[in-house]
Design a protein around this ligand. Structure first.
Ligand code: FAD
Length: 213
């Protein structure tokens, strides 16, 4: 959050590559705002070399500034990758914009991957691609195997409660001011669920917080 580029970084389980030297670490540095100057490198990320991106990252890690250029030059290799169309995934869409995996009547071709339509699943995941491939192969070739069900989070009240708090950065829906008389309903409703399993459920999922009852 302190980074103008909204830079984040992840070190997944090592090694990421079979040939990776055990003494090396593969880091994934990612930014969303590529058009604005950085905090150490005063250029937009999209104009930066790998060394400059590494310098900006080291700066945010708190590396002493006098050591940054040397470390970025000799202790890291950064390969920049730009994905200008990645947000295409999140454009509004309507049914029919994406083809079905096996369009009606097709017997010898199917659509795979992130831009094919499969009900309820979430894109930007390898799982989605794998599911479309399973649907295509099992469907066209008549393979008698079930495609694993999409995780039923939308039908799980616990997931929905968690999501409602996470969507608002930790704020419970109960902390929101409701219009007029609706606000007055909160107290009696909370009283009604006091001591029940619903109270426990709301507490377990941070809808109900200390001092709210
Ligand atoms: C930054 C980022 C982070 C992600 N994080 C996650 C994550 O944490 N968890 C998760 O589950 N998913 C994640 N994903 C999504 C996941 O990586 C992809 O959805 C998945 O890899 C897509 O797999 P795919 O096989 O359908 O397509 P791809 O992996 O894109 O494979 C398509 C292949 O086709 C090749 N190709 C294209 N055109 C042609 C052509 N004309 N002829 C021959 N070959 C061609 C391409 O070179 C490519 O190798 C992430 C994706 C990105 C970009």
């Amino acid at each position: 959050q302190d980074s103008s580029w909204l830079l984040s970084w992840t070190i997944n389980r090592q090694g990421q590559f079979k040939e990776q030297d055990k003494k090396q670490v593969c880091v994934w540095v990612y930014s969303l705002f590529t058009d604005v100057p950085g905090d150490y490198i005063k250029k937009p990320m999209k104009e930066c070399t790998g060394k400059e991106i590494t310098e900006e990252w080291l700066y945010h890690l708190g590396v002493p500034v006098e050591e940054i250029p040397e470390l970025a030059e000799h202790s890291a290799v950064c390969v920049p990758t730009m994905m200008p169309y990645i947000t295409a995934f999140f454009m509004p869409r309507a049914k029919g914009d994406r083809p079905d995996v096996i369009p009606d009547g097709c017997v010898n071709f199917a659509f795979l991957g992130q831009f094919a339509e499969t009900p309820r699943d979430t894109i930007f995941t390898t799982e989605y691609s794998v599911r479309t491939a399973m649907e295509a192969v099992y469907g066209l070739l008549g393979v008698d195997r079930g495609v694993p069900e999409v995780w039923g989070s939308v039908y799980d009240i616990r997931e929905l409660l968690d999501s409602s708090v996470k969507l608002m950065d930790g704020v419970s829906p109960l902390e929101i001011e409701l219009p007029g008389p609706l606000n007055k309903l909160k107290k009696p409703l909370l009283k009604a669920i006091s001591g029940t399993v619903i109270e426990k459920l709301l507490r377990d999922h941070n809808i109900l917080k200390e001092g709210m009852m």
